[in-house]
Design a protein around this ligand. Structure first.
Ligand SMILES: Nc1ncnc2c1ncn2[C@@H]1O[C@H](COP(=O)(O)OP(=O)(O)O)[C@@H](O)[C@H]1O
Ligand SMILES: N[C@@H](CCC(=O)OP(=O)(O)O)C(=O)O
Length: 369
């Protein structure tokens, strides 16, 4: 019955909305539930926001800073304070914890991705609860997760988790933001996230980053990787135990069958695509329906500048993503050979490269394809 659970808790749950001070009883509840899950045999990873919010409280700032350097400085103040509180509380329950700070870059390169994976594996084998946040202080704009919802989903995909809990300041996902739309109704279960019609456009709280939008994005990433995903209220962490027991108020997103091995999970969720290849209908069918590699003849257009072995999206003519993978040619070379027969490549480029543009082994279909 045991498995791996990733719990993401947002700033809006960790802090008091009125004062910005830490919500100590909420954190204590989360620590207690985490410890209970550990005793039941689950491995638990916490993804905790709050560095910027707690840093603001410590520095008596009334608003979340918008300037990058300022945000990074404030996060450096808050992160240490946050970890100290977690460590104090977990220590009272004899539960060791570890701080893991990630940037998007750590999941892009295969060797770094595997390193992060092995570190999590070692920590969980040591019965430690890793507490993850984005490394806000060093993350550069272009390679930021930007929000901890999608960070937690990528971590859940990385460790092949059974559950991802997105704990926030509303009980459930609603058909629209319940703060501004009193007629919004609660959604208990989402079988197919691609058919979800809820309005999640509003920005959320002052301290949170992405509102509901990034939670839905996270649920898409996690369910596509086979992780059952839950949105629930973080003020009462016992919700997690109830949801696992099949009761409790929440929104549960059903996972898709686990289609991915570890390498495919990296291809699907670790990489940051540097460009797009647009395919004709025959190539779309070959890649999507017949499990073929992509050949130059089926490419009608490309977008972006990239080197060989970069990650790219494979799209149909309308731009809908059907797959992503590692490309065998740079964008400059590809411009010259797109639409051509494979045996024309050496004559055009002056060297005999590989026959395929994206090999089947380096390609993973997108969940909506
Ligand atoms: N359809 C919706 N259902 C529920 N909440 C929504 C919806 N659309 C927007 N929201 C807003 O999203 C907020 C939660 O996001 P956020 O403040 O970023 O929280 P966190 O800090 O937990 O990540 C809610 O307080 C709510 O106002
Ligand atoms: N890494 C940032 C949190 C980013 C974030 O996603 O915040 P939230 O929307 O509150 O989950 C921090 O620790 O302040």
């Amino acid at each position: 019955m045991s498995g791996t659970i990733v719990i993401k808790i947002g700033t809006s749950s960790l802090t008091q909305p009125a004062t910005g001070n830490l919500a100590l009883s909420t954190i204590a509840g989360l620590v207690e539930v985490t410890s209970k899950l550990r005793h039941k045999g689950y491995s638990v990873i916490l993804v905790s926001s709050g560095a910027v919010g707690v840093g603001c409280g410590r520095l008596h700032l009334a608003e979340r800073p918008t300037e990058l350097a300022m945000k990074q400085a404030v996060a450096a103040v808050g992160q240490g304070r946050l970890m100290r509180i977690y460590d104090d509380m977990f220590t009272t329950l004899q539960q060791p914890i570890a701080q893991v700070l990630l940037t998007r870059f750590d999941l892009v390169e295969r060797s770094r991705y595997m390193n992060v994976f092995r570190t999590f594996e070692a920590l969980l084998n040591l019965n430690v609860v890793p507490i993850v946040n984005e490394n806000d202080t060093v993350a550069v704009h272009e390679l930021k997760f930007g929000d901890n919802d999608t960070l937690s989903a990528r971590v859940a995909s990385l460790v092949d988790a059974d559950w991802l809990f997105l704990m926030t300041d509303v009980d459930q996902l609603y058909s629209a933001d319940p703060r501004s739309n009193p007629a919004a109704y609660a959604i208990d279960r989402v079988e197919n996230i691609d058919q979800l019609t809820a309005d999640v456009a509003s920005a959320g709280t002052q301290w949170g980053t992405g509102g509901m939008l990034t939670k839905i994005e996270a649920a898409k990433i996690a369910t596509a990787a086979g992780v059952r995903t839950v949105i629930a209220n973080g003020r009462n962490a016992t919700n997690i135990l109830d949801v696992i027991a099949g009761t409790g108020i929440s929104t549960v997103f059903e996972p898709q069958p686990r289609p991915f091995n570890a390498r495919q999970r990296w291809l699907a969720h670790g990489l940051v695509p540097a460009g797009q290849l647009y395919l004709d209908d025959g190539a779309v069918r070959a890649v999507r329906d017949r499990g073929k590699s992509l050949l130059p003849a089926g490419i009608v257009e490309i977008d972006g500048e990239f080197e060989s072995q970069a990650a790219v999206k494979l799209c149909d003519r309308q731009g809908a993503e059907i797959a992503r993978g590692l490309v065998n040619y740079s964008s400059a070379d590809l411009q010259q050979i797109l639409g051509q027969k494979t045996d024309a490549i050496p004559g055009i480029l002056g060297y005999a490269g590989t026959e395929t543009i994206v090999h089947r082994d380096n390609l993973v279909l997108s969940s909506t394809a």
